[in-house]
Design a protein around this ligand. Structure first.
Ligand SMILES: [Zn+2]
Length: 251
C-alpha cells in the first residue's frame, strides 16, 4: 500500500483494518489518514458497529497479544481526562472509538457457504421479474406455487420491485427483488430443511442466528425465521447490510 492512502482505498480496507489484518506500517498509515479525515472516520465507525454485532462462527483464537496490548494502551490513553494542552494534540484519539472492538476481535478461517455462493451468483445476473406489485399481491402469487409461506421481509427505505420463482441448490425458492436507494437487494425465501446456513460470521440479532458472508464485493446474510430460510444478497456495504438485516429479523 502506498504512503498516500486515499478515501476510497481507506473505506475499501476498513474491514481488513477492523479485522486486525494489517501489518504495522499499513495500520499506521491507515490511522494517520483517519486522524485527518472525518468522512473516513465516520465510515470506519459505521463498519465497526457491524463488527461489534458479529461473532465469528468458526473456530477462533484470541487476537495476538501484541495487538491486544496496543489496543489496551490506546483505550487507557483515551480514558485519561483531556487536559487543555492536549486539545490540539495530533495523537490518534479518534481511533480509540474503534479500538474497543479490536480488543475482543476473534480471527477465524474463512468458511464459505454454498448457499451464499448460489445467492450471489443469482444476484449478479439480472433475472427478469415474473410478478410485480406489493406484499399482498406477491404473497397471493406465490401461494399456489411454493409449499412454504412467503412473507416478504419489511426492509427500511426499500421498495419491493417484484419476484420470480427460483431455486437454491436443489430447493425451490421465492426470489424477491427490492430497491434500496438505487441498490438492488435480492431476497431468497426457501425451505431450508436441515441444511446448514452457517457461514463466515455469526451475529445474534433479536434471538436469530444470522450468518454473514462477503465475496466479490457482495454481502450476503442468511437466517431462519419460523422454520423458513432467508438469504439476502446486496451490493450494500457491510454496515448498511447489518442495519437492513437487523430490521428484517425484528418482529
Ligand atoms: Zn478519507
Amino acid at each position: 500500500m502506498s504512503a498516500s492512502l486515499r478515501c476510497a482505498g481507506i473505506q475499501r480496507f476498513a474491514d481488513t483494518y477492523l479485522d486486525g489484518e494489517f501489518g504495522d506500517r499499513e495500520r499506521v498509515e491507515f490511522e494517520a489518514h483517519l486522524e485527518g479525515c472525518e468522512t473516513c472516520r465516520d465510515k470506519v465507525r459505521e463498519q465497526a458497529a457491524w463488527h461489534r454485532g458479529i461473532r465469528d462462527a468458526g473456530p477462533h483464537e484470541r487476537a495476538p497479544a501484541a495487538l491486544r496490548n496496543r489496543v489496551q494502551r490506546a483505550i487507557a490513553r483515551d480514558a485519561q481526562p483531556v487536559r487543555p494542552w492536549r486539545r490540539f494534540s495530533t495523537r490518534a484519539v479518534p481511533l480509540a472509538a474503534v479500538g474497543g472492538i479490536l480488543a475482543t476481535l476473534m480471527f477465524s478461517k474463512v468458511h464459505w457457504s454454498p448457499v451464499a455462493a448460489d445467492v450471489i451468483a443469482k444476484h449478479q445476473r439480472n433475472l427478469p421479474i415474473e410478478v410485480s406489485g406489493g406484499v399482498d399481491q406477491l404473497k397471493r402469487w406465490y401461494a399456489g406455487k411454493v409449499d412454504f409461506p412467503v412473507r416478504p421481509p419489511r426492509l427500511p427505505h426499500a421498495a419491493l420491485r417484484g419476484g420470480r420463482l427460483s431455486d437454491i441448490g436443489e430447493r425451490q425458492a421465492a426470489y424477491l427483488v427490492y430497491d434500496v436507494g438505487g441498490n438492488k437487494v435480492s431476497v431468497f425465501i426457501f425451505d431450508p430443511g436441515n441444511e446448514s446456513l452457517e457461514s463466515q460470521r455469526k451475529a445474534i440479532i433479536d434471538n436469530h442466528e444470522v450468518y454473514f458472508d462477503q465475496e466479490r464485493g457482495y454481502n450476503v446474510a442468511m437466517y431462519r425465521d419460523r422454520g423458513v430460510g432467508y438469504a439476502i444478497a446486496s451490493d450494500l456495504d457491510s454496515g448498511q447490510m447489518y442495519k437492513l438485516v437487523s430490521a428484517a429479523v425484528a418482529p
